[in-house]
Design a protein around this ligand. Structure first.
Ligand code: SF4
Ligand code: SF4
Length: 112
């Protein structure tokens, strides 16, 4: 039988927790020290950004970003299901802050 439709699982969205900008980060490891969950370990290569070893342990307190002496050296990467969705009252457009290509407005009437 020719398949007309098929189901696929939801795409995995593994948590990254923290992302580093290697152009700014000097590998001082202040973020490693301040993290209560020991999410990261120092990079064995001196001067390189820490390694995120246990991203799922992160509870997004933000301390690693707050206590970093170099603004922009690291940033939180929230999992997709924790990013707040917004809807414009005027257009009904649904989007997430920082979304590059927001989808077109959903104009379907509400169910029920
Ligand atoms: S992200 Fe900031 S605190 Fe962490 S190692 Fe790099 S410079 Fe240091
Ligand atoms: S946000 Fe908090 S728990 Fe997560 S890596 Fe940074 S300091 Fe650790």
């Amino acid at each position: 039988m020719k398949k007309k439709a098929y189901m696929v699982h939801n795409p995995l969205t593994p948590s990254k927790a923290v992302e580093f900008d290697p152009e700014i980060c000097t590998g001082c490891n202040a973020c490693v020290e301040v993290c209560r969950m020991d999410v990261m370990i120092p990079n064995p290569e001196k001067g390189k950004p820490p390694i995120v070893l246990y991203p799922d342990e992160c509870y997004f307190c933000g301390d690693c970003e707050i206590y970093c002496p170099l603004p922009g050296a690291n940033k939180m990467v929230f999992p997709l299901n924790q990013r707040v969705g917004w809807k414009r009252k005027e257009t009904g457009e649904y989007f997430r802050a920082g979304m590059k290509n927001p989808p077109p407005p959903n104009k379907r009437p509400a169910v029920g």
